[in-house]
Design a protein around this ligand. Structure first.
Ligand SMILES: Cc1cc2nc3c(=O)[nH]c(=O)nc-3n(C[C@H](O)[C@H](O)[C@H](O)COP(=O)(O)O)c2cc1C
Length: 170
């Protein structure tokens, strides 16, 4: 699909069919994430695909923004592998996790899957529930699934600023 068309069509889906995501769709979107660029190509992303009843129950204790999705990707970055800027120690891990997640989100949309980027979760509870190693930082959740027939975009979706408010030429 033409990229701008895909970018315009995508919206945060918060209502899903109670239908498992197929393995072929899951593998295809994970592959799109694998191909994403990361700082120095260090690939510090660590992705947990949560789809078992037990896993989803644990996840749902950590956030109200699960939208009963049949699949949730917990996307972390490993601080022992992420690039650090020598000038000030800035850690690119969150950026790396974000670009991987953006690839996944858009690949999902292209395949007819819906998703919502979620940062509203209890990170300590998440760490406990999934026994995350100390060096792994949870960056975001991506609830995913096939959109319910009556899924609609939130009004926020339509509120994009004009380019003149966010882009400056010099
Ligand atoms: C960094 C980030 C964090 C977000 N966190 C949440 C969240 O915790 N819960 C939620 O329902 N939506 C969350 N969203 C989705 C945004 O609200 C949504 O992308 C925005 O309102 C634009 O709507 P659209 O995605 O439909 O275009 C988040 C999006 C981003 C990029």
């Amino acid at each position: 699909m033409d990229f701008l068309k895909l970018a315009k069509q995508r919206y945060s889906v918060r209502k899903f069919l109670p239908k498992p995501v197929s393995d072929s769709d899951l593998q295809a979107i994970l592959e799109a994430g694998r191909l994403a660029p990361t700082a120095c190509n260090l690939q510090p992303q660590r992705i947990y695909a949560i789809r078992s009843a037990a896993g989803l129950a644990k996840l749902r204790r950590c956030t109200s923004c699960h939208f009963d999705a049949p699949l949730v990707l917990l996307i972390c970055y490993d601080t022992s592998e992420s690039w650090k800027r020598s000038f000030d120690g800035f850690d690119s891990g969150c950026m790396d996790a974000s670009i991987v997640s953006t690839h996944i989100m858009l690949a999902a949309a292209e395949r007819g899957l819906g998703s919502t980027w979620v940062c509203y979760f209890d990170p300590e509870l998440l760490r406990q529930e999934f026994s995350l190693p100390e060096q792994q930082i949870p960056a975001l959740l991506l609830p995913l699934g096939y959109p319910a027939p009556d899924a609609t975009a939130n009004p926020m979706h339509f509120q994009r600023k004009d380019l003149a408010e966010t882009v400056f030429y010099d």
